[in-house]
Write a protein that binds this ligand. Sequence first.
Ligand SMILES: C[S@@+](CC[C@H](N)C(=O)[O-])C[C@H]1O[C@@H](n2cnc3c(N)ncnc32)[C@H](O)[C@@H]1O
Length: 224
Amino acid sequence: MHDTTEQVSDQPGWSQRQIAYFRARAAEYDSAYDERQPMLQLVKVLDELPVIGDVLELVCGTGQWTHLLAGRARTLTALDATPEMLRIAHARMRGTATRFIEADIFNWEPDRQYDTVFFAFRLSHVPSVEMEAFWALLRGAAPGGCVAFLDDSPAKAEIEEPVAEAQVPTARRRLADGSQHLAVKVLHDAPSFTSQLNDPGREAHIDPIDAYHLVGIARPWGSE
Ligand SMILES: C[S@@+](CC[C@H](N)C(=O)[O-])C[C@H]1O[C@@H](n2cnc3c(N)ncnc32)[C@H](O)[C@@H]1O
């Protein structure tokens, strides 16, 4: 069963375009995993992350990471804005007690607190100007808990098609049907991202995994 959250009109335009892109991409999304050998390396890294207790996975997509989290969580909640992605995730997780939430992060407030928040490939889709609002959401979801994430590193720029005239770093993405879409893509390198995210109320460590990916852990929360 999905909870549903109505979308409101103050969602930024870049986010609306991005969600439209992921809706269109959902049916072919998993092919990226089948083709990408380096993902095996990321799975090993996930095994070592401090994923414990009641776990919230944001932007779960088709559930590629959800099923890996399930065995380690006391309870697992998985959220995504895209019904097409969630349908696939739901099928992947059939038979488990995973709670799915269909919601836009911009219009969502957690109705409980979590020990761990995990997300893969979200921060590179968030413009810098929105970054602190996103981390405020995380603080509310897991005060005193831990945030863990995986993402792309700057080497991924070689496969992106940047849109020169965009106000925030944006890439053009093409789908198998020939349609073209726009997605925010901000590629952070581990040392400068670590400096950016550290502040008096947050300790963050971001490390490279391989040439194309990084892993981050941030804590504690609510200790400002
Ligand atoms: C790059 S995919 C990552 C999916 C999954 N985490 C993975 O690694 O396979 C980004 C996901 O973010 C979701 N998404 C994008 N904007 C969102 C928003 N504002 N609120 C919730 N989900 C969003 C998309 O539907 C998509 O499933």
